[in-house]
Design a protein around this ligand. Structure first.
Ligand SMILES: [Zn+2]
Ligand SMILES: [Zn+2]
Length: 361
């Protein structure tokens, strides 16, 4: 009898402690969620580039502003995100699809500092951008410094975070396929746990210079150069950057056929997760603790998911004014192509069909 009672108490005791374990686990204080370290929004502003970087201390850097036609839309997008001032505005190079939208931004927000590649280019948009830069005001109502940000420029916008300019360097590259593109500001943001590489419209000549200079290009997040053009990305670059995430900023149905299939294939071969503003709208990349999160505004439709080759019906050669079927064996070089949705569109633009692939029409 006594033994049975002892057994009863023993069992009760065991059950009591066993029962205690579960509540103990739930009572444990939850770990505070790691704070967001950095946020980058790649804006869908049509054919062009524009990205907003938000540092954990609230400081902001806008890298490019898309085309002039997107200026008002970009200002609205910034306001929607609670932006009232910008600490740095970066114009990577003087092409209108990068600095055009900055004209409206420089008029709409107080700006503390403007970074420019210093590469001079003659165009009405570049002139208007310089005028807007001259008329810009910082929060104190003064004209912000207009800084030529060359290789070696380095700032610490927030504790433990650096922004380093890797290009351009002097002497500026000349005689390249596009000198404005090859003198783009290339910059790298390093937070200690993740790195972001912004490449402007860098092409092969600038890549070669960076390799020669031994630039550290390693980054988890890559803003793909030149809207995914075939001249902006190659295998040696991806070997150096080793990105996990790549963002391509380009306009839906753009006339350049960006992104080019060569770029998409190279990124795919490296197992990079590719996001596109033309298919997914604004793309937000957040660094939370040591984790990178990507939040696209929308998912691409089934129609959009088809490859650009499938969506592109006809390819024109602007030099010869001849248009081809996409599977023609004699297509023009990728740098010398325009794309048409229909034969009628090609003919309206003054192109005639290539006899070998399209016959007499
Ligand atoms: Zn561009
Ligand atoms: Zn460009």
């Amino acid at each position: 009898m006594r033994a049975r009672r002892l057994l009863f108490w023993l069992l009760t005791l065991v059950l009591f402690f066993a029962g205690c374990q579960t509540p103990q686990r739930t009572i444990r204080q939850p770990q505070p969620a790691p704070a967001e370290t950095l946020q980058v929004v790649f804006f869908d502003i049509g054919q062009g580039d524009s990205a907003l970087v938000r540092f954990p201390n609230g400081k902001t850097m806008l890298i490019d502003g898309g085309p002039t036609s997107a200026g008002a839309r970009l200002v609205a997008k910034l306001r929607q995100r609670g932006i009232q001032r910008l600490d740095w505005v970066v114009g990577t190079h003087p092409h209108s699809d990068h600095i055009g939208g900055l004209i409206a931004v420089l008029k709409a927000f107080p700006v503390e500092e403007i970074w420019d590649s210093g590469f001079v280019y003659e165009s009405p948009v570049y002139r208007d951008y310089l005028l807007a830069a001259r008329g810009a005001k910082n929060q104190a109502g003064k004209r912000p410094p207009f800084r030529v940000a060359l290789k070696g420029t380095k700032i610490q916008p927030a504790p433990d975070i650096t922004v380093e300019v890797l290009a351009p360097s002097k002497p500026y590259l000349t005689g390249t396929s596009s000198d404005p593109n090859n003198n783009s500001i290339v910059l790298r943001i390093d937070t200690g746990s993740a790195r972001f590489l912004f490449t402007g419209d860098m092409e092969e000549a600038l890549r070669r210079r960076l390799y020669q200079q031994g630039a550290n290009l390693r980054a988890e997040v890559l803003k793909v150069a030149h809207h995914g053009s075939h001249d902006g990305t190659d295998v040696p670059l991806l070997r150096r950057v080793r990105p996990q995430i790549a963002v391509i900023s380009c306009g839906q149905g753009n006339v350049y056929g960006h992104p080019h299939k060569e770029t998409l294939q190279a990124l795919q071969a490296f197992g990079v997760r590719v996001y596109r503003t033309d298919l997914q709208g604004d793309i937000t990349v957040r660094l939370v603790g040591k984790t990178l999160q990507v939040l696209p505004e929308r998912s691409p439709s089934a129609q959009e998911q088809r490859s650009p080759r499938e969506r592109t019906r006809f390819i024109g050669n602007p030099r010869s004014k001849v248009y081809h079927a996409p599977d023609c064996a004699r297509l023009p070089q990728p740098s010398n192509r325009v794309y048409f949705p229909t034969r009628e569109a090609a003919e309206r633009a003054g192109y005639r069909p290539h006899k070998e692939c399209l016959g007499d029409y």
